[in-house]
Design a binder for this molecule. Sequence first.
Ligand SMILES: Cc1cc2nc3c(=O)[nH]c(=O)nc-3n(C[C@H](O)[C@H](O)[C@H](O)COP(=O)(O)O)c2cc1C
Length: 169
Amino acid sequence: MEFSDLIRTRYSVREYLPNSVGDDTLNRVLEAACLAPTAANRQPFQLIVLHTQGKEKDLQRIYEREWFTRAPLVIFACAVKDQAWTREDGKSYVDVDVAIAMDHLILAATELGLGTCWIGTIDQQAAREILGLPDGVEAVVMTPLGYPADSLPPKERKSLADIVRYERW
Ligand SMILES: Cc1cc2nc3c(=O)[nH]c(=O)nc-3n(C[C@H](O)[C@H](O)[C@H](O)COP(=O)(O)O)c2cc1C
């Protein structure tokens, strides 16, 4: 798929078929995250792949919606804070790195006909407990991964004129 089509095809899928995702397909999606650029190439993230079957109640403690537990898989993108590059003024780029990795993963999934949805509403305490996260590791975003049972809605976006300034603010 052309990149210009890919970014128009991706949308937040909130209805999933029960069909499982094959291991080869899953690995292609995960490999896309490995290829993401990260600040100073620190790669300060870990992905946790969780099979949802039988874990629905646990998952709903992390995010109290049911729809995302109907996908066969959920992937958590976790920040490993002490591995991240930090700018001289103290700003950590860990969230940026995690987001780029997740975006690579999500676009690769889209290319393979899979559905995803960025989810940032993560109950941190529940995630720590259920995923067994050690100190210094944070589940920043997650996505369900499975085959869509809905279809692409129209995109609602600001116009270029609303978001682009030239030369200065
Ligand atoms: C960082 C981030 C966090 C998000 N968190 C949630 C969420 O917690 N629940 C949800 O249903 N959608 C969530 N979304 C999806 C957005 O609502 C969605 O991307 C946006 O409305 C644009 O729609 P589209 O993805 O279909 O293009 C999140 C998206 C991003 C990028």
